[in-house]
Design a protein around this ligand. Structure first.
Ligand SMILES: NC(=O)c1ccc[n+]([C@@H]2O[C@H](COP(=O)([O-])OP(=O)(O)OC[C@H]3O[C@@H](n4cnc5c(N)ncnc54)[C@H](OP(=O)(O)O)[C@@H]3O)[C@@H](O)[C@H]2O)c1
Length: 336
């Protein structure tokens, strides 16, 4: 356990904006539907030596947040009130004494799954500095706050799990969602050829606009026929962002020796198939991984589709919108 250095962090506070003792946060006191997510007044988290205190501008809203709200937490021992939110962006307002990488006022974004000091649906969050990075050039805070989780998941799927190379063919299945909209752009950055499956005609239009070379509606169209004309010898790789029967059809088009990657959480889990490599992975956040992501974001001139923006006080409404489905890109909460 890191040693608390209250006196030293207070010194840092003095240089920055004044930090209140209490903050607004969207939290739950019990598991349930969107209605259990309400505004609480909670203490601003205290800093440990290796942490950064961020005044949140934007928090991402993901399907994993809804799973936590409904009853799933990684350690099985929730501490209520539980502030939701795994990622976001904002401004550094205080730092532990060990931190040299940031200064007060820096614009940053961060991913910390089930953050020990409370999540990002709040005015302030205290996060281990390793999991915080400067906002890449070209992104506004609203965009940066939408993508720490999905951006790391997308770039690590393309570069580390699939190791996608120039001229290779890839199906990005579930391309119109949070991870998929970014993965398409990273695959194009690596000069791969991309067939994206999307949900609905508007989803197909979106993935084409993000650079997919070919696109199909994965709920209606014949994926196998589209893949055959896209890559007659079979595709080299599939990045699976949604499970089920349509994914099985994508997997059937992978050439012998090809590969299938998916982030854990894709449900139902993809079936194994002889002759292809299957790679399950989790997004990793640390300094090196954020550098990797940042370089890719800047090189790709990343576009961040945001389907809807809600205020922190409307977090329950944001979860209702999430539950309706068909979110093209991401939903975000803003504190301002
Ligand atoms: N382990 C990790 O570190 C990690 C990190 C991030 C994400 N994940 C997991 O990765 C998955 C993707 O996350 P996400 O944020 O991208 O989710 P998402 O935004 O819900 O994206 C999934 C997309 O797939 C679409 N879709 C559904 N059925 C389809 C079909 N038959 N054909 C084509 N598209 C279809 C959905 O459209 P509709 O909404 O219209 O159905 C949606 O746009 C989730 O399971 C998440 O839990 C894991």
């Amino acid at each position: 356990m890191a040693v608390k250095e209250k006196r030293k962090t207070e010194t840092v506070h003095e240089k920055g904006a004044s930090i209140p003792e209490k903050m607004r946060a969207a939290a739950i006191d019990r598991f349930g539907g969107p209605e259990v997510l309400t505004i609480h007044t909670l203490p601003v988290p205290e800093l440990d030596t290796g942490e950064v205190l961020i005044a949140i501008d934007t928090a991402g809203v993901g399907v994993w947040d809804a799973e936590m709200r409904a009853g799933w937490v990684p350690d099985g021992h929730p501490k209520f009130p539980l502030v939701l939110g795994t990622d976001g962006s904002g401004t550094v307002v205080a730092m532990g004494s060990h931190i040299r990488r940031f200064k007060i006022g820096d614009s940053v974004y961060s991913y910390s799954f089930y953050n020990p000091k409370g999540g990002f649906y709040a005015e302030y969050v205290a996060v281990e500095a390793e999991k915080v990075a400067p906002v890449p050039r070209g992104l506004e805070l609203r965009e940066a706050g939408a993508i720490p989780t999905t951006g790391l998941t997308a770039i690590q799927g393309i570069d580390d799990a699939l190791k996608l190379k120039r001229e290779e063919t890839v199906i990005i299945h579930g391309g119109s969602g949070g991870v998929g909209t970014l993965a398409i752009q990273f695959a194009k950055l690596r000069e791969a050829r991309v067939l994206a499956t999307a949900s609905g005609a508007d989803g197909v239009e979106l993935v084409r606009s993000l650079g997919a070379d070919a696109a199909v509606d994965g709920r209606d169209d014949d994926i196998e026929a589209a893949a055959r004309s896209f890559a007659p010898e079979g595709v080299d790789a599939v990045l699976a962002l949604v499970g089920g029967e349509a994914l099985d059809r994508c997997v059937a088009t992978i050439r012998s020796g090809g590969r299938l990657a998916y982030p854990n959480g894709v449900d139902p889990e993809p079936k194994k198939r002889p002759g292809i490599r299957v790679i399950a992975y989790d997004a990793i956040a640390n300094v090196r991984e954020f550098e990797h992501l940042g370089m890719a974001i800047e090189a790709a001139k990343l576009r961040v589709p945001i389907a809807a923006t809600f205020s922190l006080g409307d977090a329950a409404r944001a979860h209702e919108r999430l539950a309706q489905g068909h979110v093209l890109g991401k939903i975000v909460l803003r504190t301002g």
